[in-house]
Design a protein around this ligand. Structure first.
Ligand code: NAG
Ligand code: NAG
Length: 304
């Protein structure tokens, strides 16, 4: 159908304004970024993100000027990749010694960088990046949010780190959506442009039990990829998943396919395409093993 073509083009051309730990991160061609165990080096005003494709283990490279929008440079010749492998600077000595014996932790280190129960927010560290801005220096933790198979479905967890040079502690600062201004070094977090409360939505079934659904109406779409945050909590992320139906689509979308840390934090950002206008319906539900439940508070839109 010819009419679909411009829509697909505009989706591909969308640029993102946020880093959202655990959410699918698209490159500037609209494809999922596939560069795991990554490293980043800066040359001039360009950042180069090199990592390995989880699909076929080939070295991949992406380029960005803002740490948000990455252009795929494609598979790199392995001998070339060596050149891009970053030398990790350690400005304050050895303060980020932390490691894990397995993907699921537990994490060890000089100090706890995140609450131990979070297993560094469900991620495996790959690199720290320092942004020396005109107003502040920001340290960024970069990790892989591996799925259980370590496969191409895995996403990334990037978070700013608070460094206390005197106490020699490093603490990850969890934000569901954030960015760093690469010129000033300042970190900002996403604000809401619209919020749909669950109590205003049509609730079918028993809202706090598995297999029940909540419907949100008249959600504003842009026709391009846009950020939506689903505010919900689950009884246990391992015991089930939330899903959504968008408009008249008969197919449920598994929230864990949009954000590999869905259910782990009570704000779950996803990057989705909705129809333009106040015309979208999103049905939210949950299913899982016996006793699993999800409680949804609201859907929040950003950057309309
Ligand atoms: C959705 O918007 C339409 C048109 O503005 C309005 O008539 C309708 O009542 C709205 N539905 C809900 C559930 O708010
Ligand atoms: C949803 O996705 C997760 C992660 O891929 C998977 O473990 C789970 O089984 C899926 N749930 C359903 C209902 O398909």
């Amino acid at each position: 159908m010819r009419i679909l073509f411009p829509l697909l083009c505009s989706v591909a051309a969308a640029s993102t304004a946020w880093i959202a730990p655990g959410a699918i991160w698209y490159d500037t061609d609209g494809k999922k970024i596939d560069a795991h165990g990554g490293g980043i080096v800066k040359m001039g005003s360009n950042f180069y993100w090199s990592g390995h494709s989880a699909e076929n283990q080939s070295p991949m490279m992406y380029l960005s000027t803002d740490l948000l929008n990455w252009k795929n440079f494609g598979s790199q010749d392995p001998s070339v990749t060596g050149m891009w492998r970053p030398k990790i600077a350690k400005p304050n000595g050895d303060y980020w010694k932390f490691w894990a014996a397995s993907l699921s932790g537990p994490w060890n280190g000089g100090t706890d960088i995140a609450p131990a129960s979070t297993n560094t927010y469900g991620s495996q560290n790959s690199l720290e990046l320092t942004i020396t801005g005109s107003k502040q220096t920001t340290y960024i933790y970069m990790g892989d949010a591996w799925d259980s198979k370590g496969g191409p479905g895995s996403n990334y967890v990037w978070l700013p780190m608070a460094v206390d040079a005197n106490a020699k502690t490093v603490t990850l600062q969890y934000h569901s959506m954030w960015r760093v201004d690469i010129n000033t070094g300042e970190v900002s977090t996403a604000t809401s442009s619209k919020r749909y409360e669950a109590e205003h939505a049509d609730i079918s079934g028993r809202a706090v039990h598995a297999d029940s659904e909540v419907t949100f109406y008249n959600i504003t779409g842009t026709g391009r990829r846009q950020w939506l945050t689903f505010h919900y909590t689950v009884s246990s992320p391992e015991a089930g998943d939330a899903y959504i139906f968008i408009n008249d689509s008969p197919t449920a979308i598994n929230m864990s396919d949009l954000n590999s840390r869905a259910g782990y934090h009570n704000a779950v950002p996803v990057y989705l395409v909705l129809r333009p206008g106040d015309v979208n319906t999103v049905r939210f539900g949950a299913s899982g093993s016996h006793g699993f439940n999800a409680i949804i508070d609201a859907i929040e839109l950003h950057d309309l």
